[in-house]
Write a protein that binds this ligand. Structure first.
Ligand SMILES: [Zn+2]
Length: 217
């Protein structure tokens, strides 16, 4: 099992930079484009990327429920959304769940199980992107001109291909270290808790206690 803090691992960032660099280069190669036109292309590309990530965010927001699945209260606070994305519950419920884990000595174990799963999922994702990138590398790129004619641009892909294959090899080594992590089993399952049910029980107990205090006063 990996001992170092896996989330700090840097090379996927290098891969992503290489991929981003290569795809933005494609907009710069230009069949007789002026400097201004190239700049415009680059700006357009940036704008497109920004719109894409905003759309993605809107989609994610839409997928989140309005009410917390544990306490069934409306998730109004911005922080609730953050906690929901991380733990599947609103902020108050997450705090209750984490307190439970701490008092039962399970918090560290749970955090480790979650972070190893995130790490492995991330590495699998980066590898997929890298492999797809290598498979799509072409030494010739066709550019359509304004008048409908084509320009064929040739580039040397040997170097970037070698770099990526080496990175993929590194990813495989890292994935080998976490091969025991069974991604079909959730972190909660592995440490033997169901946090949603635990929080529901805690909330029920709290309510009963409040009722008892009310009845006695
Ligand atoms: Zn809640």
């Amino acid at each position: 099992m990996a001992k170092s803090r896996p989330m700090g691992y840097i090379f996927p960032k290098r891969i992503q930079e290489a991929i981003a660099g290569e795809s933005s280069n494609k907009t710069y190669y230009g069949g007789g484009l002026t400097k201004e036109e190239k700049k415009k292309f680059a700006e357009e590309k940036l704008k497109q990327n920004k719109e894409k990530s905003e759309k993605q965010k809107a989609l994610e927001d839409a997928r989140s429920p309005w009410t917390c699945p544990a306490c069934e209260k409306m998730m109004r606070k911005k922080l609730d959304q953050k906690y929901f994305n991380r733990r599947g519950m609103c902020m108050d419920c997450t705090i209750k769940a984490e307190t439970y884990l701490r008092t039962h000595g399970l918090f560290e174990k749970y955090e480790e199980a979650v972070s190893l799963r995130n790490y492995k999922a991330y590495m699998i994702d980066v590898k997929e992107q890298a492999v797809e990138f290598v498979n799509n590398l072409k030494s010739e790129t066709k550019i359509v001109n304004h008048d409908g004619t084509f320009d064929t641009l040739t580039s040397d892909i040997t170097e970037v291909k070698e770099f990526m294959l080496h990175e993929i090899e590194d990813i495989d080594k890292k994935l080998e270290e976490v091969k025991d992590i069974d991604m079909s089993l959730s972190a909660e399952y592995v440490i033997g808790v169901n946090l949603k049910e635990i929080v529901k029980d805690i909330l029920k107990e709290e309510k009963e206690r409040e009722q008892l205090v009310e009845d006695n006063s």
